[in-house]
Design a binder for this molecule. Structure first.
Ligand code: ANZ
Ligand code: ZN
Length: 838
């Protein structure tokens, strides 16, 4: 037929792949194995363009590697627990499970229509007890190994989602999902000891040479290793039940610049003092209203409360410093107390300015600058110590070492390595999550649920009529007998952070026995994931948690994998223009029509529309394009092809009508070419072009440069369209079909069968190239007169000096330059350059 018809072809090939189980990964295979994974989606309702782009990239790699002879694991599943399901339950009175499973059904169909080469037999959903029951078992194993603990702690409380958030989930002081300003609360929480692995997580980054530098740097900063000094200030008069305050500093070199000591609002000394100081108690309460993340504290106004306490400077018994309770001191960092050096720390500078505390310079670029005042803002760079007695003139690093040495010798402090990383608080006061498998008994404390009673499943009969956690108010689910002593006890009603679910799903994909989380040998045969692809928004959260979880499993002897993701690629977003009505409403692209002269109007009202910026597709800006009608209209291959075309994969891709039209035209061009094979005789130019394209496409896909692969294929098609019939051309068309198979798999299958190819092109062997044909036999030679470029020649490679010189002198342009004069001297660099000195 004259046109490729995706409406008929797409589903036919999809059924065939499924019937033949083409993409099922065989763990017992003797081929080399490779694991290609895209971050699994949250089943929010429908697939969006970001998913399509992400999964198309992964699919190209998976299909390509299969054709290169690998046994490929390329699975898909659902990150199915989380808040939106509960919101839907509250808004629409539908059970979170019903909502989630129906979304999964829709999105699964949508993914299947895109023809991804996925092993659907390994599909999993984290909200399935068959998944989360194993997670509970792993949690208990970690509990037994001391990697899980419960502690009362100050937490970030999201007042809208009514739950605790990890520090990683508070962005600019707001909940990452709700956007609500986060408050501080003291609650009993479950924690995972990620800090035990801080050094290892940091060192591991050094081995991840197939990760983007920026992601490694973000993790490094998040872990935040610093070397410092922990030491004790003696109180001038004992009080508040203590005689000393212990502080941590990364700048012991600035010790002579101290003007105050500050402790956190949650510090035991602050609490003791507040017992008989109502004003302080009030100040502490005020500090609680505000997030606990470092970023939040950095931006908040620096406030303090001056206590009656004073401490003695450790290096000068005559020197007294006032003690404040301050809102910018974190309780769970260092010792929850610090000494402030206003001249060299911005927070301290702001604090000192507000409370009129002295600002002493103790670091300068040279000794001569010792007298220069510090004004406007703190000077945080290193330099040499000044106004610092025995430290004067020492470079900052040396001065740090000297103070640590004196502290250790004097017995008042110790050198210490500190990490900014905090333990991972995993308790969530939500229903739609993995129940924490613990039972609270008054006599025995927290008792693990016996493993033969797992999974602890969520009760179905819950209501969302009032905010809060329905597990807390369930009439029966909470009430159980203590597994240890048999007396009446209560189930833990917190559920696990959904990031726990995504910390090991890639292991479960690799191996899924029903009676345990995974089989070690089988999982290890696939891991680490060779290529992981997802959004950079997970640079810290998910990727750090998964790295930790893998280490924790290794620590308890369950797996021997150092890093879960060997290669990481973070793809750009899909963007689109935005539109706004004159009264400020965002309009969807489908509501817009173009009038004469490119004027935009709102279709319904004919009123004028303002063209806004090109932005990431989002519901809030209403600039999304639903992939489904696009697939209906153009077919899966055109959509896939466009997703790979216009931009490098790490950059944003702007969705455009002309782009998808172009992709659809390309599909038909390939189809017409395939209908035009035949002829005999050779065509060495076509042959050469083919071999170069095979090499270049392979290199581009290996390097995840999909747009380059696409450009190469456009060129090859152009060449073949112009070429005369020949056996070389027919052979090239056949190879072309294989080269496009990873990107446009339905078209490729259809063409392959038309050409009488054996079996499925998806399972065929990637074409090979002859390296000899890659060598250029034409070279470009620059011709200069007196050092100035005057002409360039195309010549056969390997000509002799004499031949090149003759060619250069035969050029009209050169003859005109010489204007009758004969050259004094000619310098020839073979294959590159002829320089004529006249
Ligand atoms: C004196 C000093 C002088 C400091 C100076 C900094 C600059 P990093 O480097 O991020 O690890 N600090 C200590 N405990 C704290 C807490 N619980 N909450 C908030 N800040 C705390 O931060 C270490 C520095 O942060 C420490 O070094 C301390 O201030 C402060 F020119 O001590 B520094
Ligand atoms: Zn008990």
């Amino acid at each position: 037929t004259s046109r490729f018809d995706p409406a008929a072809a797409d589903s036919r090939w999809q059924q065939r792949w499924e019937a033949e189980r083409c993409f099922a990964a065989d763990s017992a295979s003797s081929k080399p194995k490779t694991y290609v994974l895209e971050m699994f989606p949250y089943p929010s309702g429908r697939i969006h363009m970001g998913h399509v782009r992400n999964y198309t990239m992964g699919d190209v790699i998976a299909r390509y590697r299969r054709m290169r002879g690998f046994e490929v694991l390329h699975p898909m599943g659902w990150d199915a627990f989380g808040m939106p399901a509960e919101n839907a339950a509250m808004e629409r009175k539908v059970h979170p499970g019903t909502w989630t499973w129906s979304n999964i059904a829709t999105m699964r169909d949508q993914l299947k229509r895109l023809g991804f080469a996925l092993d659907w037999s390994r599909e999993l959903a984290t909200c399935d007890p068959a998944y989360y029951g194993h997670e509970q078992a792993l949690f208990l194993d970690m509990f037994q190994a001391g990697l899980v603990y419960r502690k009362e702690s100050e937490v970030n409380w999201d007042p809208v989602d009514m739950t605790v958030l990890a520090n990683e989930q508070v962005i600019d002081g707001r909940g990452w999902r709700s956007g609500a300003v986060v408050e501080r609360r003291k609650l009993n929480q479950w924690f995972l000891k990620i800090t035990d692995f801080a050094e290892d997580l940091l060192e591991g980054l050094g081995t991840l040479d197939q990760w983007p530098d920026k992601v490694r740097l973000m993790q490094e900063n998040w872990i935040g290793k610093s070397r410092g000094l922990q030491f004790r200030f003696q109180l001038a008069d004992a009080g508040a039940g203590t005689s000393e305050i212990e502080v941590f500093t990364t700048r012991p070199d600035t010790i002579f610049g101290a003007s105050f000591v500050a402790i956190a609002a949650g510090h035991p000394i602050a609490e003791a003092l507040a017992a008989d100081d109502p004003a302080l108690a009030e100040f502490i309460a005020e500090c609680r209203a505000g997030g606990t993340s470092a970023a939040e504290i950095e931006t908040a106004e620096k406030k303090g409360y001056r206590t009656a306490l004073e401490v003695v400077h450790p290096l000068d018994p005559e020197w007294r410093l006032p003690v404040y309770v301050a809102n910018f001191v974190l309780m769970d960092y260092g010792t929850g107390a610090l000494f402030g050096v206003p001249a060299h720390d911005q927070r301290d500078f702001e604090f000192a300015t507000r409370y009129h505390l002295p600002i002493h310079r103790v670091v300068a670029s040279s000794i001569g600058e010792a007298g220069k005042p510090v004004e406007g803002e703190a000077e945080t760079l290193s330099g040499v110590a000044v106004n610092s007695r025995f430290l004067d003139g020492m470079p900052t690093d040396q001065a740090k070492g000297e103070v640590i040495r004196r502290a250790e010798a004097g017995g008042w402090g110790e050198g210490k390595t500190q990490y900014r990383l905090r333990d991972w608080g995993v308790s969530r006061q939500r229903y739609w999550g993995t129940p924490i498998p613990i039972i609270h008994c008054d006599a025995c404390g927290p008792v693990p649920v016996p493993k033969d009673q797992l999974p602890v499943t969520l009760p179905e009969d819950v209501s969302f009529d009032i905010p809060g956690n329905p597990l807390d108010r369930h009439p029966t689910w909470r009430n159980v007998d203590c597994p240890k002593c048999g007396s009446a006890a209560r189930r833990e009603t917190d559920t696990l952070d959904t990031f726990v679910d995504s910390s090991w799903y890639f292991i479960r994909f690799a191996s899924q026995p029903s009676d345990r989380p995974f089989d070690r040998a089988e999982a290890e045969s696939w891991l680490p994931v060779a290529q992981y692809i997802g959004g950079v928004e997970h640079a810290i959260l998910h990727l750090l948690y998964a790295r930790f979880w893998t280490r924790a499993l290794a620590h308890i002897g369950q797996i021997g994998v150092a890093e879960p993701f060997k290669g990481l690629f973070t793809q750009g977003m899909v963007t689109h223009e935005t539109y706004k009505s004159l009264d400020g409403r965002w309009l969807a692209p489908t509501e817009i029509e173009v009038r004469d002269g490119g004027r935009l109007v709102e279709a319904a009202t004919e009123s004028e529309v303002e063209r806004g910026r090109i932005e990431k597709m989002s519901k809030s800006k209403r600039n999304t394009i639903d992939p489904e009608p696009i697939v209906d209209r153009y077919g899966a291959d055109a959509v896939r092809w466009f997703m790979l075309s216009d931009s490098p994969p790490e950059r944003d891709l702007e969705w455009s009508e002309s782009g998808i039209d172009g992709a659809a035209r390309f599909v038909q061009r390939v189809w017409r070419l395939v209908g035009s094979t035949g002829g005999d005789g050779e065509d060495s130019a076509v042959r050469k072009k083919l071999h170069r394209t095979i090499a270049a496409v392979g290199e581009a896909v290996d390097g995840l440069q999909f747009n380059k692969a696409v450009a190469q294929l456009y060129e090859l098609v152009g060449t073949l369209e112009k070429a005369q019939p020949s056996s070389d051309r027919s052979e090239a068309i056949r190879a072309l079909v294989q080269l496009i198979a990873p990107m446009a798999p339905h078209l490729a299958e259809e063409c392959w069968s038309m050409l009488g190819g054996e079996g499925l092109v998806a399972l065929s062997e990637w074409p090979t190239f002859d390296p000899a044909l890659l060598i250029d036999d034409q070279v470009t030679v620059a011709v200069q007169v007196n050092g100035k470029l005057r002409d360039t020649l195309t010549a056969a490679r390997g000509l002799s000096r004499e031949e090149l010189q003759a060619l250069a002198l035969a050029s009209d342009k050169i003859q005109r330059q010489l204007d009758g004069a004969s050259p004094k001297k000619v310098i020839v660099v073979p294959d590159r350059l002829v320089n004529i000195v006249a």
